[in-house]
Write a protein that binds this ligand. Structure first.
Ligand code: GDP
Length: 445
């Protein structure tokens, strides 16, 4: 079995004192272990390298709080970064299948699980979303593959385009399109031919089909056990055909799922679903958290990390409260609050729940707060220098212009943030003066 990352890191950090900030040297040693763990999980080398560099940057200087070991802290940072890379920047949207008949192009190598996945997805769309789906196999070289799709269609009660011998893939695509339009289908899925390896003929054919169908979604099906190879396949398909998302199959196997990380990092395309078995219902929505736990190589990693996280948050809250009582509330504190709010479902929700914060909730409402604004405000704070964050008063016109431009926003946006900071800071001071047993303590609970 693989040695778990926390076991590996345990060794690295044994000699380390518990308190204080992580130094560059501590982190570098730990990162060697992280890199090995990633490579064992089948993450491709360049991706592992970049990933480790990003984590290193984030970890150096982080303070080790009293109830967490340095090893746990590093695991947590690695875990969070994994989730961030796996999820990408954007919120995952639903599949773009609203304009009927919406074409979905399924592409991938032979044996990747493309036909099975086509049927799994068709079943999901028809059973869960009530869509009328038509499936068509374009694999003119392999009559068996066409038969396979027809049989799967019968099993799941989804229509397939009747097989006509001697047609080309493009002809079949055209027929699927008109049949889907005439038959009032919501979605039609084109299961393209796979080859054992990528070749020109295959790519030309897929391109021609794509041009006819103008798919709203082009999903690449790849075998999650193939690691590095999977990434090459994805790059090729992205270059030649353009893909909108990825389905990783065989994630029920022994593999550690590193292909997911490589895939996301290299193609930048969202992983939509994972295949979890041969059965027709074994298709799950992709969840970054689960895959992250798996890549780290331990079942209990997530709970360990969450425990550490809860402790860290409690300690942060405690420290913050002490700062507020002293009347200290700078941009770092504000950023932490904003991040918390984002996590907890927006500003109004959080403020509304806190006694004594009603006024601020009202101010937030007046300012038209939503998650987008929270994110913009965090971006503004990120764009400040360390000095400015600690001391926002020093910000005059030229600094303001720089900070706003750095976040891609206007100075008026920054002014709004600064005003909010002043108001919150005043309120914090008042609450702080009420003493330890006062309102603030209650509010923080
Ligand atoms: P295609 O050539 O890409 O169309 O591949 P198929 O759909 O025919 O699948 C090839 C084999 O992989 C079949 O035996 C499938 O049952 C199996 N398969 C597909 N998806 C999964 C999966 O997620 N997990 C497992 N264990 N097997 C799968």
């Amino acid at each position: 079995m693989f040695e778990s990352l926390s076991e590996r890191l345990g060794g690295v950090f044994e000699r380390l004192t518990k308190q204080g900030a992580l130094t560059e040297a501590d982190v570098s040693t730990a990162m060697r272990e992280v890199r090995v763990a990633l490579l064992e999980a089948d993450v491709s080398l360049p991706v592992a390298r970049d990933f480790v560099a990003a984590v290193q940057k984030r970890a150096v200087g982080q303070e080790v709080l009293k109830s967490v070991t340095p090893g746990q802290l590093v695991v947590k940072i690695v875990h969070d970064e994994l989730i961030q890379v796996l999820e990408g920047e954007d919120e995952p949207e639903a599949l773009k299948i609203d304009n009927p008949p919406a074409p979905i192009l399924m592409v991938g190598l032979q044996g990747s699980g493309k036909t099975t996945t086509t049927a799994k997805l068709a079943r999901r769309l028809s059973e869960r979303e009530g869509k009328r789906v038509l499936m068509a196999s374009l694999d003119t070289n392999r009559p068996a593959a066409m038969e396979q799709l027809a049989i799967l269609g019968q099993q799941i009660g989804v229509d397939t385009l009747p097989i006509v011998k001697g047609e080309s893939a493009v002809q079949i695509a055209k027929r699927a399109k008109s049949q889907a339009t005439l038959g009032g289908y919501d979605v039609y899925m084109l299961d393209t031919a796979g080859r054992l390896h990528i070749d020109e003929v295959l790519m030309d054919e897929v391109q021609a089909v794509r041009d006819i169908a103008q798919p709203r979604e082009t999903l690449l099906v790849v075998d999650g056990l193939t690691g590095q190879d999977a990434v090459n396949v994805a790059t090729e398909f992205e270059d030649k055909v353009g893909i909108s998302g990825v389905v990783l199959t065989r994630m029920d196997g022994d593999g550690r799922g590193g292909a997911a990380l490589s895939m996301r990092a290299i193609t930048g395309k969202p992983i939509r679903f994972v295949g979890m078995g041969e059965k027709i219902d074994a298709l799950e929505t992709f969840e970054a958290r689960r895959i992250a736990g798996r890549i780290l190589g331990m079942g209990d990693i997530v709970s360990l990390v969450e425990k550490a996280q809860a402790t860290i948050e409690a300690e942060q809250a405690e420290r913050m409260m002490k700062r507020f009582q002293k009347g200290l509330f700078n941009m770092n504190d504000l950023r932490m609050q904003l991040e918390q709010m984002l996590k907890m479902g927006g500003m109004q929700g959080v403020m509304g729940m806190m006694p004594g914060m009603g006024k601020m909730a009202k101010a937030a409402e007046d300012a038209g707060f939503d998650d987008k604004i929270l994110r913009q405000q965090i971006a503004l704070i990120n764009s400040m220098t360390k000095k400015e964050r600690a001391n926002p008063q020093i910000m005059q016109a030229s600094r303001k212009r720089r900070v706003a431009a750095g976040a891609g926003l206007e100075v008026t946006d920054l002014n709004r943030l600064l005003k909010m900071h002043r108001q919150m800071s005043d309120t914090m001071k008042k609450l702080g003066k009420m003493g330890k047993g006062g309102m603030l303590k209650q509010a923080m609970r």
